[in-house]
Design a protein around this ligand. Structure first.
Ligand code: ACO
Length: 315
């Protein structure tokens, strides 16, 4: 078995919803600029009491419940994040504790920015296949507390991001699955949370460069994945891109001549939640019944690093 089956999914969001009007109270911006340039209408930010670990644990609990599994049935936890509450212990270890797992299992974080969840899925699949997990079930989480690294004096970046977590319970299955992961060192386009002296701790981004990169890499990535899978775009039911900016997705749809409804968008409600964005979208599509049994879904991630990747999932 070399494919992956998703047995359950869930999400965790902070209580506080911050609209574009709210952002206009913080920086010199307005609803019109944010919605027309990005499609984003609101996002969620953690309060001082809320943590990325709590969001991740809430998402994990929901996913376990839906999979009808107890915490101790999980044999592996992989969490994708670059804005966890601590450098160590890992977010995956925090979730292990929060879920009340009583048995030791492999737990680790991966950092591939907005492509992180796809790196996490592939890491979990590889560990399941190698026999390194302690059971057939793995928990894969994408979670970010991005508001902690936003510069609330920089209107070009702080309006774009939000905090969230989403999780999937997966196991190996005999279903079509393909994955491509890539990265190419370019730390000028996005930089956050540096621990080096005299370097910005807050997120800094060359938005235009990332935009150009994204509209170029998404179609290439999709083509490469379809080729590897022996499929055509017509055989795919849904495409879930990283939810950075609706204009990026619109550009890609136009370039490919694909039906716009095939490419899911939910950044209007959550902003860019980096590693949480793809599983958050998948969770919505699963919960509202848009993804149905027998369907094929392609997920495409891109982000800081630079990193990019794509994954074919079958339901
Ligand atoms: N409100 C009002 N005006 C603004 C704002 C704002 N929030 N931000 C910028 N502006 C102004 C600028 O100052 C500029 O004004 P000027 O012409 O007087 O100088 C004008 O708007 C245009 O700014 P641009 O930067 O040219 O705007 P652009 O159309 O390129 O959109 C954006 C910027 C939205 C950031 C876009 O480039 C983008 O979405 N890039 C992709 C970002 C992304 O996808 N990041 C994902 C990676 S994240 C990760 O990996 C963790």
């Amino acid at each position: 078995m070399t494919g992956l089956q998703i047995l359950g999914s869930g999400h965790g969001l902070p209580k506080r919803c911050v609209t574009n009007e709210d952002m206009a109270q913080i920086v010199d911006t307005n609803n019109e600029w944010i919605t027309t340039r990005t499609g984003i209408e609101q996002r969620y930010f953690c309060s001082e009491e809320e943590t990325c670990g709590q969001l991740a644990a809430q998402a994990a609990q929901q996913a376990l419940q839906q999979a009808n599994l107890s915490a101790d049935q999980i044999g592996l936890i992989v969490a994708a994040t670059f804005t966890s509450d601590y450098l160590t212990p890992s977010l995956a270890c925090q979730v292990h504790q929060a879920l009340g797992c009583t048995k030791p299992i492999p737990c680790m974080d991966v950092n591939a920015a907005c492509t992180g969840f796809l790196y996490g899925l592939e890491t979990a699949r590889s560990l399941l296949m190698s026999g390194s997990a302690n059971s057939e079930y793995a928990l894969v989480i994408g979670a970010e507390g991005l508001s902690r690294v936003l510069d609330f004096t920089d209107r070009t970046s702080c309006v774009l991001f939000g905090d969230a977590a989403a999780a999937m319970v997966v196991r190996l299955a005999d279903t079509p699955y393909s994955c491509i992961l890539n990265a190419s060192g370019d730390t000028t386009s996005l930089f956050a949370n540096s621990l080096l002296p005299n370097q910005a701790r807050f997120l800094q981004m060359d938005g235009k460069a990332i935009f150009r990169f994204a509209v170029d890499i998404i179609p290439k990535c999709l083509e490469q994945l379809l080729q590897k899978s022996g499929l055509t775009l017509e055989q795919i039911d849904h495409v879930v891109c990283h939810q950075a900016n609706s204009r990026i997705i619109d550009h890609v749809v136009k370039k490919l001549g694909a039906p716009p409804t095939m490419f899911y968008k939910n950044m209007q409600r959550f902003g860019n939640t980096s590693a949480a964005s793809i599983p958050l979208a998948l969770d919505e599509l699963l919960q509202n019944g848009t993804i149905r049994p027998g369907q094929k879904v392609v997920c495409i991630g891109f982000g800081a690093g630079l990193t990019w990747g794509a994954c074919l999932l079958s339901f």
